[in-house]
Design a protein around this ligand. Structure first.
Ligand SMILES: Cc1ncc(COP(=O)(O)O)c(C=O)c1O
Length: 381
């Protein structure tokens, strides 16, 4: 079986994990957590990086840091992995879904802008804009864009919207480690951004996440509430309801080793993407995801559109080439089917029915990649 997207464990992972085991530093304290945070800070250029147990937890905590409550509305794209919406659900806030763009498959910012202009009102409280939905009177507590497949949303426009309307931006950049726009890393534009180190991501710690922020107070609070909100190094005094969401040292050790190899992992991802694009261009009705020219995406998971998605999916899987459909759009899931869904042509559902992801692991061999390519070409013959 040629796998879809598996970890590339090719560096000092064994040595650093052994170090944790040999020294007994396997749990919530230990030097690797700080080292991993520093490695992410240095790479992304963000001022503060706070490790946590997974991306979902990072998103949940970010909403708490943004002050989102059950009286608020949080805006998110309809086409995302379910964890984005689950994190919002934990806050109790109402969710408003936005459709995505036909070519980039990313949240449609024009649709968002129109909706805000026609359905909300903005007042100044303590000289800061606060926006509420006219129909419900609920505050718009946050916008949670997603960098689908590590590609870029129009984040510059979102930053402007965030400032005009006073709505914090929490970037679900869980798939976007290594994605830059004009030299700025995904997840460093808003109040916070969140990375994931889940098994299928560009680097993995087995499970893990990282909250990125350039705001010192937010960073301090993120560390505080992800580590049970303990205020004293000795006494068990906790000043609020915190979470035990820290990343353990043994997993951070894997993260440190993965980051040491990150440039070569990223380089392979880009080579794999380039070869698929050149070989599959013009084959059948295949269409690729489009990215803005000023963005440099990480090419995490190669995915394309075809009207024959289901048949191709079955064909490739039957040939031991692991392939996957896209996420079921959120408004098609039972628990999210009644949410407000801002759309004109329900593009999310169209894309979902046509998208297929194919093997893209950074340790995919050239021979295996050519096997995938020739099976796809055979299918369209
Ligand atoms: C878009 C998106 N959001 C959130 C998550 C959640 O991250 P994690 O699995 O680390 O909780 C993931 C990845 O799994 C994801 O792809």
């Amino acid at each position: 079986m040629i796998p879809l997207s598996v970890p590339n464990i090719d560096g000092n992972e064994w040595q650093y994990v052994k170090d944790c085991l040999d020294t007994g530093w396997i749990s919530s304290a230990g030097a690797y957590v700080t080292k991993f945070e520093e490695a992410i800070q240095n790479y992304t250029g963000v001022k503060y990086a706070i490790a946590c147990m997974n991306g979902t937890a990072g998103l949940q905590v970010s909403l708490n840091l943004a002050g989102v409550s059950s009286n608020d509305i949080v805006i998110a794209p309809n086409l995302t992995f379910v964890a984005t919406l689950n994190a919002i659900s934990y806050s109790g806030a109402q969710i408003a879904l936005i459709d995505v763009c036909e070519d980039s498959w990313q949240m449609d910012i024009d649709l968002l802008q129109n909706w805000l202009a026609n359905n909300t009102t903005t007042k100044f409280v303590n000289e800061k804009p606060v926006t509420t939905e006219i129909a419900s009177g609920k505050k718009i507590g946050a916008i949670m864009p997603v960098y689908v497949l590590g590609g870029f949303i129009d984040v510059d426009k979102l930053v402007e919207i965030s400032a005009t309307y006073g709505i914090p931006l929490i970037e679900d950049s869980t798939e976007a480690l290594g994605s830059f726009k004009n030299g700025k890393h995904a997840g460093t534009f808003g109040l916070t951004g969140v990375l994931s180190f889940n098994g299928n991501k560009i680097i993995s710690t087995g499970g893990g996440g990282m909250i990125l922020t350039n705001d010192k107070d937010i960073a301090n609070r993120a560390k505080h509430i992800t580590t049970t909100a303990k205020t004293d190094p000795l006494d068990y005094f906790h000043d609020e309801v915190g979470y035990n969401y820290r990343l353990v040292n043994v997993l951070a050790a894997i993260g440190v080793a993965q980051m040491e190899n990150f440039e070569s992992i990223l380089k392979r991802k880009k080579e794999i993407d380039a070869l698929y694009r050149s070989e599959l261009h013009g084959v059948g009705d295949i269409k690729f995801q489009e990215n803005d020219t000023d963005s440099d995406p990480n090419c995490w998971l190669f995915t394309f559109r075809t009207k024959k998605m289901r048949a191709l999916l079955n064909h490739l899987n039957s040939k031991e080439i692991q392939s996957r459909p896209f996420w079921t759009p959120m408004n098609n899931l039972p628990m999210y089917k009644d949410l407000m869904y801002i759309n004109e042509n329900d593009i999310s559902n169209k894309i979902f029915k046509e998208c297929i992801s194919i093997p893209s692991s950074s340790n995919l061999t050239i021979d295996d990649q050519y096997k995938v390519i020739s099976e796809i070409k055979n299918f369209y013959k």
